[in-house]
Design a protein around this ligand. Structure first.
Ligand SMILES: Cc1cc2nc3c(=O)[nH]c(=O)nc-3n(C[C@H](O)[C@H](O)[C@H](O)COP(=O)(O)O)c2cc1C
Length: 437
């Protein structure tokens, strides 16, 4: 019997001849990659193990690359009502979204080959040096975010060489904040003009005696904006024990333990008693009838730089200058008061053009990156205040978390300046920025 011829599993394919490349040129066939055994000395230089981070907090902070990363970490560290108190805004939160959208519309127009080998982001604010054009904004109830609250933030700001602004609604006293920063720290005091004018003047005197260098009067809060999340969460300071908060304790035991085992959470600067709901309490303390005429009283008590925080139009900036202010913060209060208020980044150029020679103009609301700071400074801001960013850091990791936020903002700013081709803050000018339509 003859066996049938074996058919190959795959038909024989002739080896490909060198193919002409698309250009029509003939290239030589590919060479086999020559391999070798690497030397240990070569491998050793590649083995760069991360130092072991012993604590969960250090690992958490190490992983964060942006302020947004710290926001995500913060969400898991504190009760929901606390996170939403910090993160949320007034009414429909349109202002929060719009302030962010404005920064998203920033387009840089860099200067290439500018020869900027070294970048120096330091600046001068009201005659005092600051390592960055960044100020930690006044934020009430700081110790809700982390039990070390203002102490941690003030120390981080002092370490970084930037100003920390303490609010009238602080949870650490004027004097205690001054003590943690040390004599060289830059501290600003933010004043709410209260119904009790005697108390208002007393606070100014205390701030002066404790070495605060700038007084910022917040002018955008005749009453508190409605933050719907706070209302729905039944948010109060101190937090009340309800079935929901008890459930929260189980989910965030470390936060609750710190709250209950450290000094009582109270307003440290104003006589507070036990506020029922914080918005109603604040409305009882603040004077909604405060007017430009009250600035004379403040001026009498304070001879240092005076800033109006919460200016939203060029007309009010002009009135601020006419009433002797040294600076204004163009601010939407982080979208926490009047929803649908003007977007600071859009108002800024007009205010600077009209009043930049009479006032130092600062900006806040929505600043989340060093590139945002660069854009605002290029459009004429002397500096940016940041509120939520450092509170996210505080929630995520206390003082080290605030250090991390300042480090992120600083390195982003330096990198942006390098890429824009500028080496000094005063070289950031409007020609470097376009707001996309
Ligand atoms: C939780 C929280 C509390 C605040 N409390 C105050 C305050 O007591 N006084 C004040 O002038 N501004 C207060 N602000 C507003 C900030 O000073 C700043 O204007 C705002 O946070 C800037 O916006 P940003 O959070 O997007 O950076 C507060 C902001 C937050 C987030």
């Amino acid at each position: 019997m003859t066996t049938p011829p074996r058919t190959p599993a795959t038909p024989e394919v002739p080896a490909p001849a060198p193919q002409p490349a698309r250009s029509g040129r003939t290239v030589p066939p590919r060479q086999k990659v020559a391999r070798r055994v690497p030397k240990w000395s070569e491998v050793r230089t590649l083995l760069q193990f991360e130092p072991i981070r012993p604590t969960a907090r250090q690992r958490r902070l190490q992983r964060a690359v942006t302020v947004e990363d710290l926001r995500a970490a913060a969400r898991h560290r504190v009760p929901r009502s606390v996170f939403e108190f910090v993160d949320g805004g007034a009414e429909d939160e349109l202002t929060i979204r719009r302030t962010r959208e404005a920064f998203d519309r920033v387009e840089f127009r860099p200067r290439v080959l500018g020869g900027a080998a070294v970048v120096d982001p330091s600046t001068t604010l009201f005659g005092r040096p600051s390592a960055l054009p960044v100020v930690l904004a006044p934020t009430g109830f700081c110790r809700l975010s982390h039990h070390e609250g203002e102490r941690a933030a003030a120390r981080a700001a002092a370490t970084a060489g930037i100003p920390f602004a303490l609010t009238t609604m602080g949870t650490v006293s004027i004097e205690d904040v001054a003590a943690v920063g040390g004599p060289d720290a830059e501290r600003w005091f933010q004043l709410y003009v209260m119904r009790d004018r005697g108390l208002t003047v007393e606070l100014i005197h205390r701030a002066k005696a404790a070495g605060y260098s700038v007084l910022a009067i917040t002018v955008d809060t005749p009453v508190t904006g409605q933050r719907r999340k706070d209302v729905r969460n039944g948010f109060s300071v101190p937090p009340k024990l309800t079935p929901r908060t008890v459930l929260d304790i189980a989910r965030r035991p470390a936060w609750w333990l710190n709250l209950l085992t450290t000094e009582q959470l109270v307003f440290a600067t104003i006589p507070a008693g036990e506020p029922e709901a914080h918005a109603a309490f604040i409305d009882g303390v603040f004077d909604p009838a405060v007017s430009f005429a009250d600035l004379a009283m403040v001026r009498e008590a304070w001879d240092g730089p005076l800033v109006l925080k919460g200016i939203q139009t060029v007309e009010d900036a002009r009135r601020a200058a006419d009433h002797g202010a040294d600076g204004v913060v163009v601010s939407a209060h982080g979208g926490r008061q009047l929803d649908r208020s003007p977007v600071p980044l859009e108002v800024l150029p007009e205010v600077v053009a009209e009043l930049g020679d009479r006032l130092d103009v600062l900006l806040d609301s929505g600043v989340r990156t060093g590139a945002d700071v660069a854009a605002a400074v290029a459009l004429g801001a002397k500096a940016c205040l940041v509120g939520r960013p450092y509170l996210y850091g505080l929630m995520a990791g206390g003082e080290a978390g605030v250090d991390k936020v300042i480090e992120i903002l600083g390195s982003e700013l330096r990198r942006t300046m390098h890429l824009l081709g500028v080496s000094r803050i005063d070289q950031l000018d409007p020609a470097l920025v376009r707001l996309r339509p």
